[in-house]
Ligand binder design. Structure first.
Ligand code: SAH
Length: 242
């Protein structure tokens, strides 16, 4: 069954008969941009309660109220896959977060590596990109964007049951473009910055038992392309594309 065309993420709990207040931005989007009025239908999701068909019962300039009618989709969780990436230029970092949400990453973790050279990241802005991507792609789940953390610290505290698919530009070549055999369980993908990984980082990663290095083919990809390529490989081999 297909729900309403307009999809909106809200923080509020969703359920049959539940009313949902709108903030100013949401009201502006629904009533001014999308020209919805009382009785108009919207698909709501909050990342927890699936997707609900809701209708407008109050439309104002600075707010409004919707009421939930019925559930149009259950909550669909992505596979337990994290994306660790070194932030790059703003537009490309935004792209990585948007694509990771579309591709079904469960968590997005910016990591600061030896050659990371970006200005500070705005976690709230990146989270908003993940929300927009989920609205657009029909997702009922929104991946959390974590605060940026040094890669060394993340590795030191790493839970070894979660394997890391390490996109290693040092292996760029026509070989090993997939991990040897799909291994179930939690995973993370690691993508480096424009400058790649330092020798010290490469030595450290290569020595960790839970790290699985992978080539992404014979050409050196930009980090944003590499993130999408690695997510594709993993999803096709071990994720919810199968
Ligand atoms: N400046 C580096 C390339 C960095 S590319 C160099 O010239 O070697 C940015 C990131 O994308 C890399 O750190 C790696 O994680 C990933 N990447 C790009 N191309 C890749 C490939 N062919 N195989 C594996 N990883 C790749």
């Amino acid at each position: 069954m297909s729900g309403p065309k307009i999809r909106l993420y809200v923080d509020h709990a969703l359920g049959a008969g539940q009313t949902v207040p709108l903030n100013r931005d949401q009201a502006h989007y629904l009533f001014n941009v999308m020209r919805l009025g009382p009785g108009g239908a919207v698909a709501l999701f909050n990342g927890r309660d699936g997707e609900w068909r809701a209708v407008v019962i109050e439309a104002g300039k600075r707010g409004g109220v919707l009421i939930c009618q019925d559930q149009t989709a259950p909550l669909r969780l992505p596979p337990d896959l994290w994306l660790l990436f070194a932030p790059i230029k703003k537009a490309r970092t935004d792209f990585i977060v948007e694509k990771a949400a579309e591709m079904g990453a469960a968590r997005i973790l910016p990591v600061l590596t030896d050659f990371t050279n970006c200005e500070r990241i705005r976690r709230d802005k990146l989270q908003a990109h993940a929300v927009e991507a989920a609205e657009q792609c029909g997702g009922t789940y929104v991946p959390e964007v974590a605060d940026a953390a040094p890669l060394a610290r993340s590795l030191a505290a790493w839970e070894p049951a979660r394997r890391i698919l390490w996109a290693d530009e040092g292996r760029a070549g026509p070989h090993d473009a997939l991990p040897p055999s799909p291994t179930p369980g939690p995973w993370a993908i690691l993508i480096g910055p424009e400058g790649g990984f330092s020798d010290a980082e490469r030595a450290r990663l290569a020595a960790l038992p839970f790290v699985v290095p992978v080539s992404l083919g014979p050409r050196i990809l930009r980090a944003d392309t590499a993130a999408v390529a690695a997510l594709t490989l993993w999803q096709a081999a071990m994720g919810d594309w199968r």
